[in-house]
Write a protein that binds this ligand. Structure first.
Ligand code: HXC
Length: 518
């Protein structure tokens, strides 16, 4: 082709117009807020030169717009396409706040829908970089229908490809439902926020003053609502975190997670594990020490670290292979299960189950949290979610009971009868209907009331209860656990057990879908 000819020139002119269309003032404003532009974010996230854009030259819908104006530009405020993260293909859409506040009109929505459909067909994850004022007001119902199509596609793709939202600016109004429907949400502190109705509406309706940050900032969603799974202090770190996260998950529901070669392995026999759980069962310890002394060195990657901290969730690796880890955290509220920790655990299990990630449970839990607040807020139905998720999942599942395993909590934390494949216990395990003090108080109420020295009698009965009931050997003798293991050998046992389970295949009963208690 003649590169000085009119065809090639007009082709090149269009590319230049695309590159030059951003107002410098708006880009500077974006940078001044500590935010990157949509293209800068894509460059940071994807392997060099791997991004292939589609629909760069579409133009916004302007016909029939009788209120406000729609800027004439290419791309309609969202960049879509595919590229690679460490050599693995992903589809991506990045909203461009410098063009009409990244607001979503029908053309913008159709670009996203096309990207979603491609990702689903190709079995590749989709990543949404969200920075948007929500439905484009000027386009009215058309933008709402665009959102509906996007939500519909997220739900159609759920459990087939991983879908990850990264909030890098506003996500207001219905826009929050795309991230909420996806598998994981990343946020950046102080520059991103999510809410259904903003501070102005809160003021109008409730006469309450609240800032953007206090209503829907990253901290709020990471600590209180649990909507955000990861928060980082700036956009570069958010993207680095996303890339690390990506290394643990497979591209779709028929692939296995990637195996990382050359990991720095933790010793298979690790005596450090003998010194973590205190002999006194009322003493707290950090279960992350157990996790870090079992998984490949440095491989533990925590999810929802700041939310419902009495239950830890995250990914780790054993000999380079991803596992999902759930662990009661005795350091926080003695590791009790409450509404938030039950929901956190259930959601994590369901992700692992969708994407062929084996589940390892470390158990040390006194039970469900009692109290009026929990009962009235529905601990019954929320606790049932955890029960449901464990029972429904058919990936390899192993439990190691470290210490307390009482009552409903024994059952719910992947007990043998819920489908646990291997259930191990350390010699420190206490497995029973309830803890010694509670059991003695109920069974020997009369004797204790009549005793001259109730304290001494109680201590004697507690000791007897531990010997006769609350220990791992009774459960071992009756087959409710598979083996009492030496804590130092935990990693070795787990590697062998997960290897055995690598070909596990359990057909789920045929049905439209189960009815998880929502
Ligand atoms: C059209 C919009 C817009 C929108 C922002 N803009 N939101 N244009 N539709 N929804 C435009 C602004 O007019 C402005 O254009 C530019 O984007 C940047 O916006 P600013 O307000 O100057 O930026 P900032 O001060 O940073 O404030 C950002 C903001 C605010 C907090 C997001 O713009 C805002 O409150 N927007 C409205 C949010 C909202 O209520 N969205 C609708 C939710 S309802 P110029 O030309 O001046 O640069 C919804 C329904 C979906 O989404 C239902 C699905 C179920």
């Amino acid at each position: 082709m003649d590169i000085d000819g009119k065809y090639y020139r007009s082709f090149k002119d269009r590319i230049k117009q695309l590159e030059d269309q951003h107002s410098k003032e708006k880009v500077d404003k974006q940078h001044a807020k500590g935010k990157l532009t949509a293209r800068e974010r894509i460059d940071l996230l994807l392997d060099k030169d791997s991004f292939e854009e589609i629909d760069a030259f579409v133009v916004p819908e302007t016909q029939g717009i009788e209120f406000g104006k729609v800027e004439k530009h290419y791309g309609d405020g969202v960049i879509t396409g595919h590229g690679k993260i460490n050599g693995r293909m992903v589809f991506i859409y990045a909203q461009d706040f410098t063009i009409m506040g990244g607001s979503l009109g029908i053309v913008h929505a159709n670009k996203i829908v096309k990207t979603q459909e491609m990702a689903l067909k190709m079995g590749a994850p989709i990543i949404a970089l969200i920075d948007s004022g929500g439905a484009r007001i000027q386009e009215g119902i058309a933008s709402l229908s665009g959102y509906a199509s996007i939500f519909y596609n997220i739900i159609r793709s759920s459990g087939i490809i991983p879908q990850i939202a990264v909030i890098m600016g506003p996500a207001a109004g219905g826009a929050v439902y795309s991230p909420a429907l996806m598998d994981f949400v990343f946020m950046t502190s102080f520059t991103s926020y999510m809410f259904l109705t903003g501070p102005n509406v809160v003021k109008e309706v409730l006469n309450e003053d609240v800032s953007f940050e206090d209503l829907g900032g990253a901290e709020v969603h990471a600590k209180k609502s649990g909507v955000a799974h990861f928060i980082y202090d700036d956009e570069e770190n958010t993207i680095l975190g996303l890339k690390k996260f990506f290394s643990y998950i497979p591209s779709n529901n028929v692939e296995n997670p990637p195996k990382i070669e050359g990991t720095n392995y933790t010793p298979d026999i690790n005596p450090k594990l003998l010194d973590i759980v205190p002999d006194d069962s009322n003493k707290a310890y950090d279960v992350k020490e157990v996790i870090n002394n079992v998984v490949d060195k440095g491989s533990f990657f925590e999810i929802s670290e700041l939310f419902a901290q009495s239950l830890i969730t995250g990914f780790g690796r054993l000999e380079g292979r991803t596992i999902g880890i759930i662990a009661n955290q005795p350091k926080v509220l003695a590791g009790v299960l409450d509404i938030n920790s039950s929901v956190k655990g259930a959601r994590f299990i369901r992700f692992c189950d969708c994407f062929n990630i084996p589940i390892l449970t470390f158990e040390d839990v006194p039970g469900f949290l009692p109290g009026i607040d929990q009962e009235h807020s529905g601990i019954i139905k929320h606790g049932a979610k955890l029960l449901y998720a464990y029972s429904e999942s058919n990936v390899p599942k192993i439990t190691v009971i470290l210490r307390k395993s009482y009552g409903g909590a024994y059952i719910v934390m992947n007990s043998k009868n819920l489908g646990g494949d291997y259930n191990f216990a350390w010699p420190t395990a206490e497995i029973a209907v309830m803890g010694p003090e509670g059991a003695v108080a109920i069974l020997y109420r009369k004797e204790l009331a009549e005793s001259d020295d109730p304290k001494k009698l109680k201590a004697k009965l507690v000791k007897k209860y531990r010997e006769k009931i609350a220990n791992p050997f009774v459960a071992d003798e009756k087959g409710f656990i598979d083996e009492v293991i030496d804590p130092a050998e935990t990693r070795k046992k787990l590697i062998t057990a997960f290897e055995v389970l690598s070909n596990k295949w359990v057909e789920a009963p045929s049905r439209k879908h189960g009815n998880i208690p929502l």
